[in-house]
Design a protein around this ligand. Structure first.
Ligand code: SAM
Length: 230
C-alpha cells in the first residue's frame, strides 16, 4: 500500500501523534469501544493469552496509552509496566500499574531484563519499525515473549470493501461527533503506514526473534504478531 503524501513522517509525525493523543485522551477509551464494537477488548485478552507466560512475569506494555493492556495483564496475574510518550493518555489511564512517560524507541530499561512485551494499535503510530523491534529485543530476556496487536485489512474482497466504507467514511464522522475530527480522519489513514505483514515478520526476525507467528482476528480487521527472543 502506498503512503498518503499528506501523512507526516519522522519528527513531524512523532510530534503530531503525541499532540493528537494528548488531545483525544479523555474520550479515547469510550470512542474506541464504540468504533470496534468492543472487539478491541477481546483482541487484547487473546494477545495476553497468546504470550503463554507464567503468572508473576514482568511484562512491559509499549505505547500503553490509557493502559488497557496493563489491566488485562493484571487480570492474568502478571506484573505490567506501561510506557507511552503522551502524558494525556497516561493521565487518563485506569490501571494501577507503574507507568512511565517514555519514547518506546529508547526505553529506560536494562537489557535482557523483562519476560514479555505487548504493544497495542501503535505500530502504525511509530516513526520507524526496525528500531522499535531492536529495542524490544534489547530489553527482553532470552526466551522472552512479545505480542504486537494492530489493525489490518481483510483479505476477502467483500469484507475489504465494507471495511473501507466503515473506516474511511463512518469512523471519521462518528469520531468528529464524539471527539476530534482531525484525529479520527487521521487514524484510518494511518493504516497505510503499516508495511505488508510479510515485511513486518521479516523485520521482527532480523531484530533477533524466532517462532514468529501472525494471526488474523475476525473479520480480518486486526492482526497479532507473536514470537520469542532468541
Ligand atoms: C492507538 S494508541 C494505543 C494505546 C493502547 N496501546 C491501546 O491498546 O489502546 C497509540 C499510542 O501510541 C503512543 N505512541 C506513539 N508513538 C510512541 C512512541 N514513540 N513512544 C511512546 N508512545 C508512543 C501514543 O501516545 C498512543 O498512546
Amino acid at each position: 500500500m502506498d503512503l498518503d503524501p499528506d501523512l507526516p513522517t519522522g519528527d513531524e509525525k512523532a510530534e503530531k501523534v503525541q499532540g493528537m493523543f494528548d488531545r483525544i485522551a479523555p474520550k479515547y477509551d469510550f470512542v474506541n469501544r464504540i468504533m470496534t464494537f468492543r472487539l478491541d477488548v477481546r483482541w487484547r485478552k487473546k494477545t495476553v493469552e497468546a504470550l503463554q507466560l507464567d503468572e508473576g512475569s514482568v511484562v512491559i506494555d509499549l505505547a500503553c496509552g490509557t493502559g488497557d493492556f496493563c489491566c488485562e495483564l493484571e487480570k492474568a496475574n502478571m506484573i505490567p509496566l506501561g510506557f507511552d510518550f503522551s502524558m494525556g493518555m497516561l493521565e487518563a489511564g485506569r490501571s494501577s500499574s507503574p507507568l512511565s512517560q517514555s519514547d518506546v524507541l529508547n526505553l529506560p530499561i536494562k537489557e535482557s531484563s523483562v519476560d514479555g512485551a505487548t504493544c497495542g494499535f501503535a505500530l502504525r503510530n511509530l516513526t520507524e519499525l526496525e528500531p522499535f523491534f531492536d529495542e524490544v529485543c534489547r530489553v527482553l530476556r532470552p526466551g522472552g515473549k512479545f505480542g504486537f496487536l494492530d489493525v489490518a485489512e481483510p483479505e476477502n474482497k467483500f469484507l475489504n470493501w465494507g471495511h473501507h466504507i466503515y473506516f474511511d467514511r463512518i469512523v471519521p464522522r462518528v469520531g468528529a461527533l464524539l471527539s476530534d475530527k482531525s484525529a479520527y480522519s487521521y487514524l484510518p489513514k494511518s493504516v497505510s503506514y503499516l508495511p505488508p505483514y510479510e515485511t513486518i515478520i521479516q523485520m521482527i526476525q532480523e531484530a533477533g526473534f524466532r517462532n514468529i507467528n501472525r494471526k488474523s482476528f475476525a473479520p480480518g480487521s486486526a492482526q497479532l504478531f507473536t514470537g520469542e527472543k532468541i
